[in-house]
Design a protein around this ligand. Structure first.
Ligand SMILES: [Fe+2]
Ligand SMILES: [Fe+2]
Length: 190
């Protein structure tokens, strides 16, 4: 990926989202690169996935569906019912269709950044964790998650999964089965 294209993508993302979201995105990109360095993962791919992970977050439901269709992606029946879970797929669709990004690891990292996946690779793990611990995140448990991310990426995946599941329980919100599958799988692997 030429440096010029990354600059172009960064400028474009800044026009897709609010300043508040842009700050989060910059934090995720920076943290993804830091984790990539720490765990020997491709830094340029981490930067790209971090920048693009929430690019569709502020699109309308209609727009998100259009991008998902254009890319030939599919939502599972549970995701269909929860519009908050559409933006990872729509974001990966924009990366693929608008920017011609075909790298499987980058697309997986964008698509799995919210629920994780029991099969996700190391780059997707790094972005999944970066989304949770980037510098502008403040919640109970974030410091522990940050400390774990420095030592063991899979432990940090487990921390995000468990804290998120706990939050959803407390709010009496629906838990997508893939988040539980992520938890169950990484429990075996870490
Ligand atoms: Fe997101
Ligand atoms: Fe995010």
């Amino acid at each position: 990926m030429p440096a010029l294209k990354i600059n172009e993508i960064q400028e474009w993302v800044a026009f897709q989202v609010s300043p508040y979201r842009l700050k989060h995105i910059q934090g995720v990109a920076q943290t993804s690169v830091r984790l990539a360095k720490r765990y020997g993962l491709p830094e340029e791919e981490a930067l790209l996935a971090g920048w693009l992970h929430d690019c569709a977050k502020e699109k309308t439901r209609v727009e998100m569906k259009q991008w998902i269709r254009k890319a030939g992606f599919h939502l599972d029946p549970e995701e269909e019912k929860i519009p908050g879970l559409w933006h990872p797929h729509a974001g990966a669709a924009m990366a693929l269709v608008k920017w011609g990004i075909k790298d499987k690891g980058v697309l997986e990292a964008i698509r799995c950044h919210t629920l994780g996946s029991p099969k996700m690779g190391p780059l997707a793990q790094a972005v999944f964790v970066a989304d949770f611990i980037e510098p502008s995140r403040h919640f109970k448990g974030v410091d522990l998650a940050r400390a774990l991310a420095r030592r063991n990426l899979k432990e940090a995946v487990l921390a995000k999964a468990s804290i998120t599941i706990q939050f959803l329980f407390e709010k009496r919100m629906k838990i997508h089965p893939r988040l539980l599958e992520t938890w169950n799988q990484f429990l075996l692997e870490h």
